[in-house]
Ligand binder design. Structure first.
Ligand SMILES: [Zn+2]
Ligand SMILES: [Zn+2]
Length: 180
């Protein structure tokens, strides 16, 4: 009985670590890298939304250092919490990182004419998980479909985007006024 309880507890801890890693990673990646990069930077836009659209261009599989850097910067938030999550569950942390990496590759397969099976689609809709089809919308329109892993980050990300664009406009207006 005691062993059973222990196994159950470890299982719950592992699931929690997986969920926290993906939720926190996607949150920090979206709000502290992805959205600000679209407003203040050019780097992600060139790499991720560039005209040169090929699967290898987006996936971290490429040897192009710029593409790799965009991938690494976007992935940092997933690693920040690992020391803490590792204490909760080492297995869960590893599975979480693997799932995160798998999702990066998977959400970029639409370029390979992938069609998500209906069953997988229903599963994703149920858990608000971004499908390749949904992520492709973001590649085509930088103002749509935020949330690399979880689609529920899209709404707050849109608000954050509008706010940061407002800040940028204000900042530009003041710096131009200062020049006159
Ligand atoms: Zn992408
Ligand atoms: Zn983007």
């Amino acid at each position: 009985m005691e062993v059973f309880l222990e196994v159950t507890l470890e299982f719950i801890k592992a699931i929690t670590a997986v969920a926290l890693l993906l939720l926190l990673g996607d949150f920090f990646s979206t709000f502290f890298y992805h959205v600000p990069e679209h407003v203040f930077g050019k780097f992600h836009t060139i790499v991720h939304h560039g005209k040169n659209r090929s699967f290898f261009h987006y996936a971290v599989l490429t040897k192009n250092p710029l593409v790799m850097l965009d991938g690494i910067l976007g992935a940092i938030p997933y690693f920040i919490f690992t020391p803490w999550l590792w204490q909760l569950s080492a297995v869960g942390t590893i599975i979480g990182l693997l799932l995160g990496e798998f999702h990066v590759v998977w959400r970029h397969v639409s370029i390979l004419k992938w069609k998500t099976p209906e069953l997988v689609k229903s599963f994703c809709n149920l858990f608000f998980i971004t499908t390749p089809e949904r992520h492709w919308l973001h590649h085509q329109n930088a103002f749509a479909a935020y949330g690399d892993i979880f689609s529920f980050y899209d709404y707050p990300a849109q608000k954050w985007l509008t706010f940061l664009r407002f800040v940028r406009r204000k900042f530009r207006a003041t710096s131009t006024a200062g020049l006159v």
